[in-house]
Design a protein around this ligand. Structure first.
Ligand code: XIL
Length: 352
């Protein structure tokens, strides 16, 4: 039964209540089921079982404009920096979770889902880890870090970026040099995923990287071969995160192909850190549409809320301007998910 029928004679008043967030359109003469179109990113993504998230910075949680948009639009949250190694284990064996907890608790209280970012990464890594030269020591330190951080948020994180950015740019298709690869060998990724599975068996375990969006790139191929190898040998991996930090041209033409090819290996794919220089509406629409067209693309995260919150703030790459107003890319994104942008007062916006 469709929503209008279920609402019955109370339809008008209930619709009045819903008007701020949901628009209901009657079925068409084609007999297709009634489309229920939401007017926020998270609500619209949820209609296809997906999430739409953002990176959140603990230092901005006191800003009412910021939290207003966060709670209205997004149903998943990634800590922008607060769960990284330098924030959670600044000295060996001494863990600090204050700011990560702030983000996690706030999200949980509002029913927003949490992505975990990130456990093993060469960057934002404290110096004490980088200077370890003994393999047994480093293996123990890495396993302890993964286990302790995952335990802290056990059962509360839908997907964890277990390993971030382990592959090299350029034409090699190989792993980059890092203390992990150089001291433990390339098997460190497998080790990290096995440890992560034991720590929180309910979390989806992701490999996350940038510049793996273009199918023919050597880096994409290198990651693809690793995931294929993991799946064939039963190494626990559930998802590939494609960061999607794009230039003004947006995603490469092969982006959807890349998403489906990874998905065909038996993993989910997620767009994990989306931002696009100058935020051209078409570039955002193309990115979002690629995800919507791939059933195992389970969610999209943009890397910040307003342009002023972005790590690339000079490029104005996000969906909200510095005052918190929706940019044209916002409407393009919502529309690409099948939603209906609203103008002021909850009325449908005039679409171009
Ligand atoms: C960035 C943050 O946005 C910045 O605040 C920080 O100074 C550096 O890191 N790839 C990642 C993210 O996986 O963690 C990075 O986040 C952006 C690139």
């Amino acid at each position: 039964m469709n929503l209008l029928k279920r609402l019955g004679c109370r339809r008008a008043s209930v619709l009045g209540l819903l008007a701020a967030t949901v628009l209901v359109t009657p079925g068409t003469a084609t007999g297709a089921p009634d489309a229920v179109q939401a007017s926020t990113l998270g609500a619209q993504a949820a209609q296809s079982g997906r999430y739409f998230g953002t990176a959140v910075s603990a230092g901005r949680l006191g800003d009412g404009t910021y939290t207003g948009i966060l709670d209205r639009e997004f149903n998943s949250v990634t800590a922008e920096n607060e769960m990284k190694w330098d924030a959670t284990e600044p000295s060996r064996g001494s863990f600090t979770f204050g700011r990560a907890d702030q983000i996690a608790n706030r999200a949980q209280a509002r029913g927003q889902r949490l992505r975990g970012h990130t456990l093993v990464w060469h960057s934002q890594l404290p110096g004490w880890v980088g200077s370890i030269r003994d393999a047994n020591t480093l293996r123990g330190v890495m396993n302890n870090h993964i286990t302790t951080v995952m335990n802290r948020y056990k059962g509360r994180i839908h997907s964890w970026d277990v390993v971030n950015e382990a592959f090299a740019d350029g034409g090699s298709g190989q792993m980059r040099s890092s203390v992990f690869r150089d001291v433990l060998g390339t098997g460190f990724i497998e080790q990290a995923f096995r440890t992560a599975r034991s720590a929180d068996p309910a979390a989806k375990l992701c490999y996350n990287d940038y510049n793996i969006e273009n199918w023919s790139d050597a880096k994409t191929q290198g990651v693809y071969r690793m995931v294929r190898d993991f799946k064939s040998r039963g190494v626990p991996i559930d998802c590939v995160g494609l960061q999607a930090h794009f230039g003004a041209g947006g995603p490469p033409g092969s982006f959807q192909t890349t998403l489906s090819n990874f998905a065909a290996l038996g993993v989910d794919v997620q767009i994990t850190e989306l931002d696009i220089a100058q935020a051209p509406p078409t570039a955002y629409a193309n990115t979002v549409r690629a995800c919507m067209n791939v059933p195992r693309c389970t969610g999209i995260t943009v890397w910040g809320i307003r342009d002023s919150d972005s790590w690339r703030s000079g490029e104005n790459p996000l969906l909200f301007d510095r005052s918190g107003n929706k940019k044209p890319a916002y409407n393009a994104t919502l529309t690409a998910m099948g939603g209906t942008p609203t103008a002021a007062h909850g009325k449908p916006a005039v679409t171009p």
